[in-house]
Each structure stands twice: as C-alpha cells, then as structure tokens.
Design a protein around this ligand. Structure first.
Ligand SMILES: NC(=O)c1ccc[n+]([C@@H]2O[C@H](COP(=O)([O-])OP(=O)(O)OC[C@H]3O[C@@H](n4cnc5c(N)ncnc54)[C@H](OP(=O)(O)O)[C@@H]3O)[C@@H](O)[C@H]2O)c1
Length: 249
C-alpha cells in the first residue's frame, strides 16, 4: 500500500487525487490546502488540514501548487527525510528543499478543474534522488497510467517547452480564430471538425507530413489577401511569422 498526502488542491492535485483515490494499491491519507476546502462525497472521509504542522506521515507527499511557490513551500514542511515530489514540468528537482528527499511526479497533460481526464494514456514523468524512491514513484504512477517514464530535470524542462508550443500556443491560435469569426458573427463550432482532424492526423502522419495550406503551397496571392483581411491588426505579425517559418520547413 502506498500512502499519499496531497499538498495543495488545484487543477492537477484534484485530478490526481480523484484517480489515485480509486486505486486499491493507494491510500490517500490526507489533503492539505492553505485555505479550507470541503471534500465532497465520496471523499468526505479523507482527513483535511490547513495547518502544515498537522500534516500526517506518508510514503509520498505530492505538492501541486504554482511553480514559483514550490521551493518556499517545500522548505516550510515540518518533517525531514521523507519523499516530497512536485508535479511541475518546468521546475527542477533541486528546487525542492533538501531537508526531504526530492522527486518529480509530472503528468504531461493540460488540466482544468471542470474537465474530467483519463490518466490511462497520460505520460507521467518521474525523477527521484535515489533508486528506491524512483521505484516507488514508478509503482504509484503505474496504478493510474500505462506510460510512466523516467526523465531528468534538464530533459523535462525541454519537454515542457515543447508542450507549451503544442498546447498553450496552439490554444491561443484557437482564440485568434474565434475572434476573427466572432467579428463576422460566425460560430466557432464551424472550426471544430478542422481542429479535431488536425490533432487526429498526427496519430498517423508526422507534423511535417500533415501540414497543408497557403504557406506550404507558397500561394502568394492567398497570403496577400489574408494579410489585407487582417487589416493592420495585431495578428499580422503572427501571420507573417508563421508563414515565413512554414515556407522554410
Ligand atoms: N494545470 C495544468 O495543466 C498543469 C499540467 C501539468 C503540471 N502542472 C503543474 O502542476 C502544479 C500545479 O498546477 P495547477 O494548475 O494545479 O495549479 P493551481 O490550480 O493554480 O494551484 C492552486 C493550488 O495551489 C495552492 N497555492 C497557491 N499558491 C500557494 C502558496 N504560495 N503556498 C501554498 N499553496 C499555494 C492553492 O491554494 P489555495 O486554494 O489556498 O489558494 C491551490 O491549492 C504547477 O507546478 C504546474 O506547473 C500544471
């Protein structure tokens, strides 16, 4: 049995909690959050505390709080030499206080509280200071995911960088598309089949093979027309940058 305490209860930890709670190999001992939260059915029996001095013994403590708060928060733990991990893609393992044994439990997915997720195919990137802890994190990850991978802090930082391109930046481009349609009173729904097919294609084609469009075809007339339609908006620079980059691929 792996005993787990959750430290913080935001987007990531609330989903991890939900997934790990259901596993018979895992016992969720406690949830800590600096502000009070009410755990609702079926979780009302899980002990909650907002007092760091009352955090219970566990095999692993999972910190799920914003990146810039991880270091100081890990330093505030009232115990020593226990396994304390964080869930960040971009924060190195050595950012954790060295009074405990550090580790990483980074689920590579986008999490929002209101969206259910299935952990089965979510890569869980692990790292630990010693092999025993690494083994424990692997066992913990494998209770919910079929894809647990050991990755160093340096490589995880690059993985996170790549994830920002394919997730956050792409999502921002949806936002631009949505604004362009909004101005014409056209529904964003019109773009959804295209968005879904673009994402599905990379199951069988490389990103390079999947690319289509005016830049790839070097269709100067269409490109000029689009720039004219953008009418000096702030999106001209995005269009030009992407078009130039795509022409070079
Ligand atoms: N969201 C994602 O898609 C995603 C994906 C993978 C990894 N991550 C990583 O997972 C971690 C958590 O991300 P998240 O999106 O779950 O964050 P989040 O929802 O913004 O986290 C909110 C939680 O952090 C607590 N918190 C905020 N500032 C704190 C502080 N100074 N001290 C102690 N607790 C504090 C909040 O407590 P209160 O309720 O008391 O305010 C709340 O429990 C981050 O390292 C992030 O990089 C996020």
């Amino acid at each position: 049995m792996i005993n787990v305490v959750f430290l913080g209860f935001g987007n990531v930890n609330s989903h991890l909690f939900d997934a790990l709670y259901k596993r018979k190999e895992v016992a969720v001992k406690q949830v800590f959050n600096r502000n009070y939260i009410k755990l609702i059915s079926p979780y009302e029996n899980i002990p909650f505390t907002d007092d760091v001095s009352k955090i219970e013994d566990a095999d692993v403590y999972i910190i799920g709080i914003p990146d810039d708060a991880i270091s100081a928060f890990s330093e505030s733990m009232p115990f020593q030499n226990r396994l304390v991990v964080h869930t960040s893609g971009g924060v190195a393992m050595d950012a954790l206080s060295n009074k405990n044994r550090g580790g990483i439990f980074y689920p590579l997915q986008t999490f929002s509280k209101q969206r259910k997720v299935d952990f089965k195919n979510i890569p869980i990137c692990i790292e630990a200071e010693n092999s025993k802890d690494l083994k424990l994190l692997r066992s913990l990850g494998e209770t919910i995911s079929g894809n647990v991978v050991e990755i160093s802090s340096e490589k995880r930082a690059k993985l996170h960088l790549a994830a920002v391109f394919v997730n956050n930046f792409v999502n921002h481009l949806y936002q631009i598309g949505s604004e362009i349609l909004d101005k014409e009173s056209l529904p964003f729904d019109l773009l959804k089949p295209l968005i879904l097919e673009t994402a599905s294609k990379i199951e069988t084609l490389s990103p390079n093979e999947a690319q289509t469009g005016p830049a790839k075809r070097n269709d100067i007339k269409t490109i000029e027309k689009h720039l004219h339609l953008l009418d000096d908006s702030e999106y001209v620079k995005f269009y030009e940058l992407f078009t130039e980059a795509l022409k070079k691929v």
